[in-house]
Ligand binder design. Sequence first.
Ligand code: DGL
Length: 265
Amino acid sequence: MLDLGQKKNLPIGFMDSGLGGLSVLREAVRIMPAEDFIYYGDSLHAPYGTKEQEEIRELTFDVVKKLLKQGIKGLAVACNTATSAAVRKLRSDYPELPIVGIEPAIKPAVMNHKNGRILVMATPMTIRQKKYQELLERYNNQAEIISVPCEGLMEFVERGSIDAEELNTYFQEHLTPYLSEDTETIVLGCTHYPFLKPYLKNFLGDSATRLIDGSLGTSMELKRRLGEKNLLREENRKGHVEIINSTGRQDMIDLSYRLLEMPVE
Ligand code: DGL
C-alpha cells in the first residue's frame, strides 16, 4: 500500500480510443502543469464509436488495467464513447480511484441558449447509448437539440494529415442536412473533433455558430476530484507527459505530441 505522499507522486492516467483524448489532456496539462500524465491511445482498436457496448467496455477495461499496472492516482476516460459504455462499471470496480468521464457538452450549450438550434456531433455509439438519451431528455424541453451521428469523422484525426477538401465534402454530406440559419451552437461530442475545429469554422464561413466541447470542464472536474483527495502535487515543478499507443507505432506517438502542442484556440 502506498502512503498519501507516494500516491501524490504518481501520474494521472488518460485513455481514449485513439488520439482524441489529447484534446482533453492539453487542457489538463494547462491547468495542472506540475502533474505527470500517462496517456494511452488505443488506436489499434479505433474506432470505438461504431462498435457494440460490450466490446467497447472490454477494450476500455483492458486499457485501464494497463494504466493501473503502471500506477496512476486518477483516471480520465477522455472519450465520450468509452465513458457512455463503461464509466459506471469502472467506478463500481475501482471505488478508490478518482475517475472522470466526458459527455457531450449539452448542458453548457443550453445554459447559454438564446433561441437557435443546437447540434450535437458525436459517434453513432454515443448517440445510441441510454446515458446520452437521458442527457437529451433532461434538456430538450429547453432548446431544440439535434443529434448528428458522425461515423468516419474521427479517422481524419487518426490519419494525421488532413485533406481539407475531403473533410469539406464530409461536412457537406453529414452536417449540412442539419444546419439551418438559426444554428446557434455545435457541440463537439467526441474528443477527436476539437482538432478539426479550424476546418469546421472555415466550412461554416461567417456564421455566428459557436463550437463548444467538454475538454476544459472535464479537466477542471479532474482537478477538483484530485484536490478533494489531497492528491495534487505542489506547484513548484514542471510535470511531463508519457504517451503510449496500442499500435506501437512511433509515427502515432510523434503525431500525438504534435496534437498536444496544437494551440487550443
Ligand atoms: N474520441 C472518441 C469519443 O470521444 C470516439 C472516437 C471513436 O469512435 O473511437 O467519442
